[in-house]
Design a protein around this ligand. Sequence first.
Ligand code: HEC
Length: 194
Amino acid sequence: MRTANVVVVICIAGMSAIFAIASHGQMDVAGSNKRPKAEAVDDAAGNLHVPDAYRTTYQSLGSWAVSADQGRGSKELHLVYASPGTIAAYSRDGHFPAGTVLVKEVYEAATEPMTTGTVSHADTLKGWFVMVKDSNGRHAGNKLWGDGWGWSWFDAANPSKTTSTDYNVDCLSCHQPARASDWIYVQGYPALKQ
Ligand code: HEC
């Protein structure tokens, strides 16, 4: 009797595990054309906008400091974020899955002596660069999409309307050195190098 009870309990546990896997699998299938899941950043015509909640829901990838032309410290700081799931997906196979969104904040920096030394910190936000990974040519013919990504710059005053017109002119030449890593400067992102 006791053995039978144990068997029943194990069976129920096993079945609920199977149901859990099955329903999880279904969710994956439903979202498979746009993973990792994130708020959509493009409309039907392929116009991008800066995702509203990236500061709380995205993963922080890393930062860049652009040195001041004269004197000490940095003139700009760039902070880069990726949509949820990017780090795990990239660690698995070294690729950005379709739907991956990257946001680069560009700050004018301020520099001052602090107890740690001469230190620059993010001061005024100038705007955002946004890229969306696209493996399916979803917006062929749109000049802000190509080479596997959607590309746009947004001035700080308007996160919902880009000032970019053609990624070939506005973005691509500067990203040539990163061509072999899908146009992304991955050397600056510790979590993608593990
Ligand atoms: C003046 C050269 C230059 C231009 C123009 C440029 N980029 Fe970049 N971009 C870089 C460099 C260099 C980095 C990494 C170092 C840094 O931020 O200073 C970078 C980083 C990025 C990142 C962070 C992910 C990564 O690649 O490391 C995004 C997102 C990005 N750029 C998007 C864009 C988009 C979109 C455009 C066009 C609208 C664009 N960039 C135009 C040079 C440029």
